[in-house]
Design a protein around this ligand. Structure first.
Ligand SMILES: Nc1ncnc2c1ncn2[C@@H]1O[C@H](COP(=O)(O)OP(=O)(O)OP(=O)(O)O)[C@@H](O)[C@H]1O
Ligand SMILES: [Mg+2]
Length: 307
């Protein structure tokens, strides 16, 4: 994981925190059979301050709740943190039907006898994993109650009918939740209180330039900079409530570049991946205007990826 460490050093992340992570890794090396669960990150998260907040919380033994709008890199950061700390990761996607049996485990019949099939939270606890509790606010409160003892000072899983186990000291939980757009629910106070809460910022313009260049090294720098500015402008308009946040979607902007790489014109690519994320004609017009002021619609692959 030296590449990620070098990246963070180059980003200027506090050396003392990085030294803390190295000490953690030395104290809690992943077992050979766990290696397959230690992430190899595809993308690096950009945002020095956010990194420092997250590292400090995890090093202090806290659980972390990453809260913020869509496509702010919450899952990318989770993967990166698992990789940096060198721990096996269990990803659990929460939804309305998530229940305690799924999280902790169930008794099943294996053809000969009834055996306990451990769930992801149990495995995390027993193996010192990093549990990513994705979109934790989407689950019902009853299902989340089994997590209370695991997430506070008791650090144990104690569910009636199951053997009680203590969390290994290196176990951490990182939850994510969306807020700020339709269809999300609040997280109950008892649960929120058990996390250090990190507000995920929208990526800074300079970081976005670096991100685009890293993912598309051949992109024309002027066009890259216009795309980064365009994103900032959409953000300002969404914040001022001139447009909704439907088109403020970094995934969409990056997807648009991928489609230009496939040979679509800038206009077609940005329409599919950004403008059309809004289903309101008037708003689409506003978004088209913002884009039009920065990026002409008729750019070809040769324009976008030429020097
Ligand atoms: N600060 C950032 N650094 C690196 N990548 C970022 C950042 N912000 C957004 N991204 C990019 O945005 C895309 C979405 O990231 P990710 O899936 O982690 O977002 P998310 O916050 O989990 O979104 P959602 O709430 O919709 O699940 C990825 O391509 C990711 O690389
Ligand atoms: Mg996500």
């Amino acid at each position: 994981m030296e590449e990620l460490f070098s990246f963070l050093e180059a980003e200027g992340v506090d050396r003392a925190l990085l030294a803390g992570v190295r000490a953690f890794r030395a104290k809690f090396p992943a077992a050979p059979e766990q290696q397959c669960r230690v992430p190899t990150p595809e993308y690096f998260y950009y945002g020095k301050k956010t990194w420092e907040l997250a590292l400090a919380a995890l090093l202090a033994g806290k659980n972390l709740l990453l809260a913020g709008p869509k496509a702010t890199g919450k899952n990318v950061l989770c993967e990166d943190l698992g990789a940096l700390f060198g721990r096996p990761v269990w990803n659990v996607s929460f939804h309305i039907n998530t229940d305690a049996a799924y999280l902790v485990g169930t008794d099943t019949y294996d053809g000969r006898a009834v055996v306990f099939r451990p769930g992801p939270i149990w495995l995390c606890a027993a193996q010192g994993g990093f549990g990513v509790l994705d979109e934790i606010n989407m689950a019902k409160n009853e299902a989340l109650a089994v997590l209370h003892a695991a997430l506070d000072f008791r650090r144990s899983l104690d569910v009636p009918g199951y053997e009680r186990i203590d969390l290994r000291p290196e176990t951490r939980f990182i939850a994510t939740m969306n807020y700020g757009y339709a269809g999300t629910r609040d997280l109950n106070e008892a649960l929120t209180s058990r996390f250090a809460v990190l507000d995920m910022p929208v990526i800074a313009e300079e970081d976005l330039q670096k991100l685009i260049s890293r993912r598309y090294p051949a992109i024309n720098v002027k066009i890259r900079d216009q795309l980064a500015k365009l994103y900032g402008e959409l953000e300002r308009k969404a914040e001022a409530a001139e447009i909704s946040d439907s088109a403020l979607d970094l995934r969409g902007l990056l997807d648009a570049v991928a489609l230009m790489e496939q040979g679509l014109t800038s206009g077609d690519a940005l329409r599919m991946c950004v403008v059309n994320k809004s289903f309101d004609d008037y708003e689409r017009g506003l978004i088209r205007d913002v884009i039009g002021a920065r990026v002409p619609a008729d750019l070809t692959r040769a324009d976008v990826f030429g020097t």
